[in-house]
Design a protein around this ligand. Structure first.
Ligand code: NI
Length: 201
């Protein structure tokens, strides 16, 4: 039986991967953030990221074509694949749930950085992104919030919001030679494969 109206903890949802046509749709705006449907989706997305060691999840990745994103920027990232800029906040950004996010670039400056994606497991690509953005969204209470982001923080937001428009990071690559399996890229770039040990502690 459905328990639509009961309080419940979220369900872990399966992540779909590149090749699934759902990842190529433009997702619909959320009309009522306070609806049962959206509040259930939010708790399911939270439960899902809790089981994954990830920095972001967009609703289309769990087969829901609505403009909802959950992301964070980790507190200190010792992982050298992330090119941290002087504006990087060592405190990171706590898990943030965004409904109907809108991004406005603050300048034309573009920077390249390595990006993984839950929907392309084991792969990395060097992707150009706006260095500085402003972004606005509704929080889970339906209240509008606006932030400014630079560097890695701005990159994560742009990556996740691309999912809402059916865009995956390989679409943005300028050089296919800068796309490949994580182990090979880490070796090639001279990075130690830190993430295995550092993420467990
Ligand atoms: Ni992704």
């Amino acid at each position: 039986m459905n328990e639509k109206h009961s309080q419940r903890s979220g369900q872990v949802l399966p992540i779909i991967t590149m090749g699934n046509p759902l990842l190529r749709n433009v997702s619909q705006p959320v009309e009522n953030p306070l609806s049962d449907e959206i509040q259930t989706l939010i708790s399911d997305m939270k439960a899902t990221v809790d089981t994954l060691n990830c920095s972001g999840l967009a609703a289309p990745q769990v087969s829901v074509l609505l403009r909802v994103v959950l992301f964070r920027v980790m507190k200190t990232t010792q992982n050298p694949i992330y090119q941290l800029t002087p504006e990087y906040d060592p405190e990171g950004v706590p898990w943030t749930l965004m409904i109907n996010p809108v991004i406005t670039p603050l300048s034309d400056e573009i920077t390249f950085g390595w990006e993984p994606c839950l929907s392309l497991p084991g792969l990395l690509g060097s992707v150009p992104r706006y260095h500085s953005i402003q972004y606005s969204y509704l929080n889970p209470l339906g209240k509008e919030e606006t932030r400014i982001a630079h560097g890695f923080h701005a990159r994560v937001v742009q990556h996740e919001c691309d999912h809402l428009d059916g865009i995956l990071y390989p679409d943005r690559l300028k050089n296919m030679a800068d796309f490949g399996f994580k182990e090979e890229i880490l070796k090639r770039e001279g990075f130690l494969p830190l993430e295995r040990s550092s993420c467990k502690t």
